[in-house]
Design a protein around this ligand. Sequence first.
Ligand code: ZN
Length: 249
Amino acid sequence: MVADWIEQGLPIRVVEPEPVSREQIALAHERSYVDGVLDCVLPNGFRGRQKDVADSLPWTSGSYLSAARCALNNGLVACSPTSGFHHAGPESGYGYCTFNGLMVAALALKAEAKVSRIGILDCDEHYGDGTAGIIDKLGIDWIRHVSEEYEDASAAKRFLDTLPAVVRGCVGCDLLMYQAGADQHIDDPLGGFLTTAELAERDRIVFSVAKEIGIPVVWNLAGGYQQPLARVLEIHRNTMAACVLVFVN
Ligand SMILES: [Zn+2]
């Protein structure tokens, strides 16, 4: 994805991420689950115990936390080119999600007193049950978590009409975490209700309203299952283009 953005001439700066530690992952998950997955004893979100998946996990959540720090520092925006977070709950994962990088980052930043309140706008097609599960288990009241599943194209207008108010509802948050899922596309085999143009409009609204109310945005890719993969890349390319249009003058 990053290679595609660069190839397209989008003005992005690539920053090396730092991996998260087991202790940081354990802010959001049971330590036994964290150790079990990373030591390839317990199944990961792909329902396997692959070492390459385990080895990647400190880097995916680490990319997300690094990008969140970057957005807080520049006050505008940063992207983590990662997926696979929101179905990961306190002690289990599924649906390609092992550890919840959104919640790991939120809890790490909160522990460092870098944030007071956070908004999570989850525009993946599927409900962020893992995120909700962690928020519930830890009794968190400082995160505004917005995640909803939409049935079909009839919801598109209502979704786009209410989106500005949804983003404005994050006033008072120090950071907006935006999951720009490509599986909200109407042709996605795992659901979806928006056309390519409507997805681009979704992205434009989120970025421009966040900028207007002065909340930095960290965003990531989330789901997207169309074949060939070029169709998913096109959606993520549009998201980065919207980001550049809003934030780069
Ligand atoms: Zn999804």
